[in-house]
Design a protein around this ligand. Structure first.
Ligand code: VG1
Ligand code: CO
Length: 543
């Protein structure tokens, strides 16, 4: 076994997006592509002496190949220890838990999260820092700059390590520990929730259907719900991680998780349904014939947090990404706590959580989490809802309807236009940005425009500024339309249009969202010429 240095030439386009570097598997399979990015990362991180690195992924196609490459390179760079999830498995929230509990200096997550997998699908790599959360923009930009200058790869010449059995190996001077991928994660959850109450709920016959979409959430959900909390076997479905997610699109929304939605609409529907995504950090919550919007879910959790042992002392504050609905703002106002508005992407919550300014946070894209780790956490949200139902005796639907009754309903929808030629998506955003100065005061959708800007964020902890984070058009009554381009897609561009309207009148709470939002949908077309630029008559996905 010896240290080797191989010459290489930089690749274009290794700039991490909203959550790491995501590309088609075929791009990652180019010789040296992954190696170059990892070399850039290690160059930016500097001296690895005495440090511990964690490595794991969501088990998708190419996970194992990537892990072997990274282990060799980590050894060549002199890490003292590397912890690897057995079988190469670590969900994103489990990675965060392991980094924090084991005092690691950081971790590498192999996942393209909610993007489809398999040889034809996507792959991704992301670095998490010592707090367990995604690296901030200052770090991801430094990696990108370095990726354009990498000229040699430092690695070791050694055979693959066996990943499937727990154990300890040595690679050059580095100790490689193959660890149980679920233990640390489960320990964190046990500290937060009333497991006895949840166990009693299941013992009373409460029925849950949790669809982990053949992705990495399965082993975690089975260990906690079925093995520990007494949920009947079969509560977790599609539970064995598959390299191609069984052909499913592991994005837990009503469009992709149709099997779950069908079960929840059936005459003998379970009491609660839920789904998690490729790397198990997202969640969708469903009641009987009742889909909960992620923004409402965050608001419900915030409103009742003190019913949960881990949050009994109350919340320091809450945070949501800018396009997420203002439902949680209303709850925060009534609780008398601060509510922060951040750009899209979990990395922006890290400083607020570290500084103790917020306890709960969430995004409209089916992500919720808290200060227990530094990533969003799908199964945590499911446990939170279960604990809440056990503590209040109320159903999913009742809890949401009570939120609406007290604060009004924030009617919400996101329209995605996927696979647009990049130049056309850029042109749409350019034209829209150029039109912004003319909009304030103008009447749109029957109301004057109060704000028309491009969202910029100054981090209240370190003062860093992130600009161009989404175009917002806010009407006088608070209704909003937000436009931004996705930073996780791998084919062309994806335009996301976020629509929100507050409805105080309970008599109108059951109006279908698309109908209630029709004036805002028309506004979006009017100001952004969506049909013209996308060439599409309707969004490809509406959630
Ligand atoms: C999307 C979501 C964003 C989320 C990100 C990562 O980003 O909108 O809220 O943080 O995915 O989620 P974008 O740039 O495509 O809109 V995950 O579960 O894919 O890591
Ligand atoms: Co995810």
């Amino acid at each position: 076994m010896k240290l080797v240095t191989r010459p290489t030439t930089p690749f274009e386009g290794q700039r991490p997006g909203t959550s790491g570097l995501r590309k088609k598997v075929s791009v990652f399979q180019q010789p040296g592509y992954l190696d170059n990015f990892v070399q850039a990362l290690f160059d930016v991180l500097g001296d690895a002496g005495g440090k511990t690195l964690v490595v794991g992924g969501d088990g998708r196609f190419y996970n194992r190949v990537a892990i072997q490459t990274i282990l060799r390179m980590a050894a060549a760079h002199g890490y003292a220890r590397v912890l690897v999830g057995q079988g190469g498995i670590l969900s994103t929230p489990a990675m965060s838990a392991v980094i924090r509990r084991r005092g690691a200096s950081g971790g590498i997550v192999l996942s393209a999260s909610h993007n489809p997998g398999g040889p034809q699908g996507d792959f991704g790599i992301k670095y998490n820092i010592a707090n367990g959360g995604p690296a901030p923009e200052s770090v991801t930009e430094a990696i990108y700059r370095r990726s354009r200058e990498v000229h040699e790869i430092r690695t070791v010449d050694s055979p693959d390590l066996p990943l499937d059995a727990l154990g300890v190996h040595t690679l050059l001077g580095t100790q490689i520990d193959i660890i149980d991928p679920v233990a640390d994660y489960c320990a964190v959850q046990r500290e937060l929730f009333d497991f006895d109450a949840i166990r009693a709920l299941f013992a009373r016959g409460f029925r849950l259907r949790l669809d982990t979409l053949w992705a990495v959430g399965g082993p975690y959900a089975r260990a906690l719900l079925e093995d520990e909390l007494g949920a009947p076997k079969g509560t977790v479905v599609h539970a064995e991680p598959r390299e191609d997610f069984g052909g499913l699109h592991p994005d837990p929304n009503p469009v992709n998780a149709t099997d779950l939605i069908d079960h929840m609409a059936a005459a003998d529907a379970p009491d609660m349904g839920a789904a998690t995504d490729g790397d198990a950090d997202r969640n969708m919550i469903v009641g009987r014939n009742f889909v909960v919007s992620p923004s409402d879910s965050l608001a419900v959790l915030a409103a009742h947090a003190t019913r949960i042992p881990g949050y009994a002392a109350g919340l320091a504050g809450v945070a949501r990404s800018m396009p997420t609905s203002t439902a949680v703002d209303r709850v925060a106002a009534s609780l008398g706590i601060a509510c922060y508005e951040t750009p899209t992407g979990w990395k922006f919550f890290g400083n607020l959580l570290d500084a103790g300014k917020v306890t709960l946070c969430g995004e409209e894209s089916y992500g919720t989490g808290s200060n227990h780790i530094r990533e969003k956490d799908g199964l945590w949200a499911v446990l939170f809802w279960l604990n809440l139902i056990a503590a209040t005796g109320k159903s999913v639907e009742q809890l949401v309807r009570e939120l609406w009754a007290e604060h009004g309903r924030c009617v919400y929808s996101r329209h995605d236009y996927e696979g647009i030629p990049t130049e056309r998506a850029d042109a749409l955003m350019r034209e829209l940005r150029a039109a912004l100065p003319e909009l304030p005061g103008k009447r749109l959708a029957g109301e004057p425009v109060a704000v028309a800007d491009d969202f910029a964020y100054t981090d209240p902890v370190d003062g860093s500024v992130s600009s161009r984070q989404g175009v917002r058009i806010i009407l006088q009554g608070g209704s909003r339309v937000v436009f931004r381009l996705s930073g996780t897609g791998t084919e062309g561009a994806t335009l996301r249009i976020y629509l929100e309207r507050h409805e105080p009148d309970p008599a109108r709470h059951d109006l279908p969202a698309q109908q209630a939002l029709a004036p805002l949908i028309a506004l979006a077309e009017q100001v952004a010429r969506v049909r013209h630029w996308t060439g599409m008559g309707a969004p490809s996905v509406m959630t």
